[in-house]
Design a protein. Structure first.
Length: 460
């Protein structure tokens, strides 16, 4: 990261991007201590499988609604920084309310509502933050910067989730499970509020707001979903998100209720994909810069259906861990190029509005997916339905595989690359050829470093 930032001449921009990394690390601590454990927390208060699925859908719905509202608010502001900082504070404080009020009422539905309100508050500032960062990051370094920033965040998440799992494991063993949640949520609130310090040190370039008379309204965006390239790209991502969350929202229930894993195992399985998604982004960044974001989206989107198939076929924790490792690798490319495609396809002045519209539609897709997955799972559980040896939740995983594959095949050819890119090699290059050369290069680099160190010791 230091080498990348040193190539940026403007010291204000360079320092701002460094503070953005610090902000991301603190957010990762918040996520690892609290957001990753919201479903186990609600299970403590007797949440159903349907509610555990719904909480992820409702939180995504709140995310989309917050971004849509935040984009509207942004039109009336002269600065973005104050809005972002205010919403970060509210998000941090919300974790205190989630714990205290859920504890006092003993109602898991109350916990879900408060959690979703915190997500809504945080994302009121999301369009402003996206616009702000878009002005700061040099266009030619977007893939590399976001890849490296997200890798650092990934490691921070890794240690936070791991420590959170240890705290819950020890707390449950000592008979203080609820108190353990309280400690983690308090630490999460503190970490999120501490984000205010690096955000305050970030330089904010002059904000060029779009003319309200020429504002691109939501209904216009909806009307262009089929007729424009960006609209068809939006439909592609919506289809992927809907089909993924038919099953993804049920994974916590599957691990805790059906496989009955402990908190340490739960932490390991759930954090692996999320962390490696961020860790592997630097691998995909240069490939996207070279061959285009669309090529990476197609290469990763083709594999995503088979991740759900793995969850349907295997129940061994080691097999699920292997699936999560590969899942992190695949989602790293998809998520990175999805974001970069937006920045490439949309004029900077329209980024806050389009970013909000895009995320709103996708969060609605996620919400719909969780409703379908949770509803079908509840019906199958009530009827104790089993097909070919698969239990209710594993049947939903297989259903998700079929929906993912069908929607990918229908939608992947509907949108095009929006910037010049080299002719791409076949898909096997991304999964076999390039990883092999990438690992060999890393191995040679480490070997040379060890040889240099050994020569220094010999001289001494």
């Amino acid at each position: 990261m230091e080498k990348l930032l040193s190539s940026i001449e403007d010291s204000k921009v360079r320092n701002s991007l460094l503070n953005s990394v610090r902000d991301g690390v603190l957010w990762a601590i918040m996520f690892g201590f609290a957001e990753n454990y919201i479903v186990p927390f609600l299970f403590y208060f007797q949440a159903s499988v349907f509610l555990s699925s719904l909480v992820q859908g409702v939180s995504q719905f709140s995310l989309g609604l917050g971004q849509l509202t935040g984009a509207k608010i942004l039109l009336f502001l002269k600065q973005r920084k104050n809005l972002v900082r205010s919403m970060v504070f509210l998000h941090g404080f919300s974790w205190v309310l989630v714990f205290l009020i859920t504890w006092k009422t003993g109602n898991s539905w109350v916990g879900m509502v408060l959690f979703s309100l915190g997500i809504f508050a945080s994302n009121l500032g999301s369009p402003a933050w996206a616009s702000w960062m878009n002005d700061l990051v040099p266009p030619r370094q977007r893939g590399t910067f976001w890849g490296k920033r997200n890798r650092i965040i990934g490691w921070a998440q890794f240690f936070a989730i791991l420590k959170g799992g240890v705290v819950l494991f020890l707390g449950k063993k000592a008979g203080h499970e609820l108190a353990s949640f309280g400690v983690l949520f308090l630490l999460a609130a503190m970490a999120r509020i501490l984000c205010l310090f690096p955000l305050s040190r970030q330089y904010e370039p002059e904000f060029h707001k779009p003319d309200r008379d020429s504002e691109f309204h939501f209904y216009l965006f909806l009307g262009k979903l089929v007729s424009t390239n960006f609209g068809r790209f939006t439909l592609f991502v919506m289809g992927i998100n809907f089909s993924v969350y038919v099953s993804a929202s049920l994974i916590p229930a599957y691990l805790l209720k059906e496989l009955k894993v402990g908190y340490l195992e739960y932490s390991l399985i759930t954090m692996t994909s999320a962390i490696l998604t961020l860790v592997f982004m630097p691998y995909w960044g240069p490939l996207a810069d070279r061959y285009g974001n669309r090529r990476v989206l197609v290469a990763t989107g083709l594999v995503i259906p088979f991740l759900a198939l793995g969850w349907a076929l295997f129940s061994s924790l080691w097999a699920l861990l292997a699936i999560q490792i590969f899942s992190g690798f695949v989602w790293a490319g998809f998520n990175l190029c999805m974001s970069n495609y937006i920045y490439d396809a949309v004029r900077p002045v329209n980024i806050p509005k389009i970013y909000a519209y895009f995320n709103t539609l996708n969060t609605f897709s996620v919400f719909a997916g969780t409703l379908v997955g949770g509803g079908v799972a509840d019906l199958l559980i009530l009827g104790d339905v089993r097909i070919a040896g698969l239990g209710p939740l594993r049947i939903v995983f297989f259903l998700s595989f079929l929906i993912r594959l069908a929607l990918f095949l229908i939608l992947n050819g509907k949108f095009k690359e929006v910037r010049p890119a080299e002719t791409s090699p076949p898909i096997r290059y991304f999964y076999i050829d390039k990883p092999r050369t990438y690992l060999m290069a890393r191995f040679r680099k480490r070997t040379m470093q060890i040889k240099k160190l050994s020569k220094l010791f010999k001289r001494e």
